[in-house]
Design a protein. Structure first.
Length: 253
C-alpha cells in the first residue's frame, strides 16, 4: 500500500527509497543501451547483497563508471581499476569491477555485430501467455537462455537468477502483482513500446522469417504450465547468440 492508499507490490514498502523506484522504473520497458548496460552491471554488483544497498549507491556508481558509457569503460586501464577499488561510494569488489570492464568490451563487440545491445536483449522477451504468476519464480527458460548465451560471448556475473531480475526490471516481463496499481501502467507502456529491431529474429534467422510467423517469437513452448519445470530446458531453444538449434546442433531449417 502506498501513501495514496492504493495497492502495490509488497516489496516496495521494505524501504522508503523503493517506492519511487517501484512506481517509475521497475518493469517499464527500456531500449536505451546505456541504461540496459547499467542495469546489467548493477545486478552483477548486487550478487550476494541487497538491492537497497545498490540503489543507495547508484549515483556513485554512475559517477564512477561515466554513466555506464560502455565505450569509455571498455578502455579502462589498471589506473582506473585502482581508482575504483579506492572509491568508498561503490561496492569495492575486484571481481565485480573487473567484470564491468570485461562486459563493456563484450558489449562493444555485440553492438558491432547486432546493431545495439537492446536489439540483442529484447530477443529474449518471453511469450507473455507462458509467464508464471508474478513474483513466484526467480528464473525462467528465457533467463537461462540469455545467461547461457551471454556467457558464451564472454560476459561475467550474468547468471540466470541475475538475468531474471534484469528482465523484471527492464520490462521484458510485467511482474507486478495483479492488484498493484502500477501493473496497468506497465501494460500500457509495453503496448506503446517499439521493440528494438522490429522483430524477434536474429540476423542469422532473417532468411527464415519470410511469410511465416517469426520462429524466434515463441522460442520457449513449455511442455509444462509452470516455468519451474524448465530447469531441464525441455523447450524449443533457438539460440540468438549462435543461430543454432541446440537439440540438433544444426542451423535453423
Amino acid at each position: 500500500m502506498g501513501p495514496d492508499g492504493k495497492s502495490r507490490c509488497r516489496w516496495c514498502n521494505a524501504a522508503p527509497e523503493f517506492l519511487d523506484y517501484h512506481d517509475t522504473e521497475w518493469g517499464f520497458p527500456v531500449s536505451n543501451d546505456r541504461r540496459l548496460f547499467e542495469k546489467l552491471s548493477l545486478e552483477g554488483f548486487q550478487s550476494g547483497l541487497s538491492w537497497r544497498t545498490i540503489l543507495a549507491k547508484r549515483e556513485n556508481f554512475r559517477a564512477a563508471f561515466h554513466d555506464f558509457d560502455f565505450d569509455r569503460i571498455a578502455r579502462f586501464t589498471q589506473r582506473d581499476l585502482d581508482r575504483l577499488l579506492k572509491d568508498a561510494g561503490i561496492v569495492r569488489h575486484r571481481g565485480k569491477i573487473a567484470a564491468v570492464v570485461n562486459n563493456a568490451q563484450r558489449a562493444r563487440e555485440l553492438v558491432e555485430r547486432e546493431g545495439s545491445l537492446a536489439a540483442f536483449i529484447w530477443r529474449y522477451e518471453p511469450d507473455q501467455k507462458q509467464l508464471a504468476k508474478p513474483q513466484t519464480v526467480s528464473t525462467s527458460a528465457e533467463s537461462l537462455a540469455l545467461s547461457k548465451d551471454l556467457k558464451k560471448l564472454g560476459w561475467k556475473f550474468v547468471g540466470p537468477t541475475t538475468m531474471y531480475a534484469f528482465m523484471q526490471a527492464m520490462g521484458l516481463i510485467n511482474d507486478h502483482v495483479a492488484d498493484c496499481v502500477i501493473r496497468s501502467k506497465i501494460e500500457s507502456a509495453r503496448k506503446r513500446f517499439k521493440r528494438p529491431g522490429g522483430c524477434h529474429r536474429t540476423r542469422s534467422m532473417k532468411k527464415y522469417c519470410r511469410g511465416r510467423a517469426c520462429p524466434t517469437r515463441y522460442l520457449y513452448r513449455a511442455r509444462h504450465a509452470s516455468p519451474l519445470h524448465h530447469s531441464g530446458m525441455d523447450a524449443i531453444q533457438f539460440s540468438p547468440a549462435t543461430g543454432i538449434w541446440p537439440a540438433s546442433n544444426e542451423k535453423a531449417p
